[in-house]
Design a protein around this ligand. Structure first.
Ligand SMILES: [Zn+2]
Ligand SMILES: [Zn+2]
Length: 356
């Protein structure tokens, strides 16, 4: 079977790997599509970061070279003998979170905060840039037939956006600002609209992404490279919005996300950062702003609320994944038309789906 395998920095190879074995409790998925994620790009350009390299991952016992791809779904090709509620031919999305089951967070039910957190497609247990992946039954959720099967790959990034909005402190009718309109920022915009935000502001320098933010529901889009977007936001909102989201991963957007929240407002950081940033803690103290993080989405033996909800929200049109999809490519093209294209600032790629 062919798969894209991570060997090291700038070294991803499409090569033959062993067919997955289907255990009694497993579901074998014929991958319809697998999205390329920002974290895949970090691993490709600057890694290994989370891919286990020197030491094996504590949950999987595996280390690089490892198959990549954690945003995927497809049709069920086989099920193990213990699996009774998923059938061959069903379409499913895969929740890729791996956890130990024993640490204080797992035993408390917060599997996505596990001390040994990992992901299928980054930490072992196969990956979605492949023809097939076998995963435990608990990791698959039913995906409606009324939605194209390749959109199952978008359940993962939309679960990140939905989790961020569920973690934030705002109510229907409140104003929201989203800093960064990459794939995750666009899912945050949609989830904020779904949660009843009154006015959603999106701040994004890249024109294509800014336009997409408007297309998926942002009421006002601001270009921080052409204007003082923070100033414009503060002026438009009597000194700040109720909730902000930082989805760009750089110092300027963290600072602006804090400053753009009203006093007693909520700031949710969704990005991962490559470098430390300088902040003014007085903005948090004197404004009594709450700054929190949002990591991935719920997971565990009973699944997760976001992964359960997103397929239904695709089906009823509350969330729309299609505007995010900029390219559909073949597995053999994953490096040139996938990783390299997404890293090229001249290209406008947002979400690239690999269709093995
Ligand atoms: Zn991802
Ligand atoms: Zn754990």
């Amino acid at each position: 079977m062919r798969a894209a395998v991570y060997h090291g920095r700038e070294d991803v190879r499409v090569e033959e790997i062993e067919e997955p074995t289907v255990g009694d409790g497993d579901v074998l998925v014929d991958v319809a599509a697998c999205g390329i994620c920002g974290s895949d790009l970090h691993e490709y350009a600057a890694g290994p970061i989370t891919v286990p390299d020197a030491e094996p991952h504590p949950v999987t016992g595996e280390r690089a070279p490892l198959p990549m791809g954690h945003e995927f779904g497809g049709r069920v090709a086989a099920v193990g003998s213990d699996v009774t509620d998923v059938a061959v031919g069903d379409t499913v999305a895969v929740n890729p979170v791996l956890y130990c089951g024993d640490c204080r967070y797992c035993t408390g039910g917060n599997y996505h905060l596990c001390e040994s957190l990992g992901f299928v497609g980054l930490s072992g247990n196969g990956g979605g840039f492949a023809e097939q992946v076998a995963v435990p039954r608990e990791k698959v959720v039913a995906f409606p037939d009324s939605v194209p099967a390749e959109h199952a790959a978008l359940v993962e990034p939309f679960s990140v956006g939905l989790h961020a909005v569920r973690n934030a402190d705002f109510e229907a009718g409140d104003d929201v600002a989203v800093f960064g309109a990459g794939p995750i920022g666009l899912t945050v915009v949609q989830a904020a609209v779904a949660a009843g935000a009154r006015t959603v502001y999106a701040v994004e320098p890249q024109e294509t992404r800014r336009d997409l933010a408007g297309e998926v529901g942002a009421d006002v889009t601001l270009d921080p490279s052409a204007m003082d977007a923070l100033d414009a936001l503060l002026n438009a909102t009597d000194g700040g919005v109720d909730a902000t989201f930082e989805v760009a991963g750089i110092e300027a957007t963290v600072r602006d996300a804090i400053a753009a929240a009203k006093h007693d407002g909520s700031v949710t950081v969704v990005s991962l950062f490559e470098e430390d940033v300088a902040l003014d803690p007085n903005e948090i103290v004197l404004g009594e702003r709450s700054v929190g993080g949002s990591a991935a989405y719920e997971a565990g033996p009973r699944g997760g609320v976001e992964f359960d909800a997103v397929p239904d929200m695709f089906a009823d049109g509350t969330l729309d994944p299609e505007p995010l999809v900029s390219d559909r490519i073949a597995l053999d093209d994953v490096v040139a038309a996938g990783f390299e294209a997404l890293l090229d600032p001249e290209r406008d790629a947002v979400k690239v789906l690999v269709e093995p």
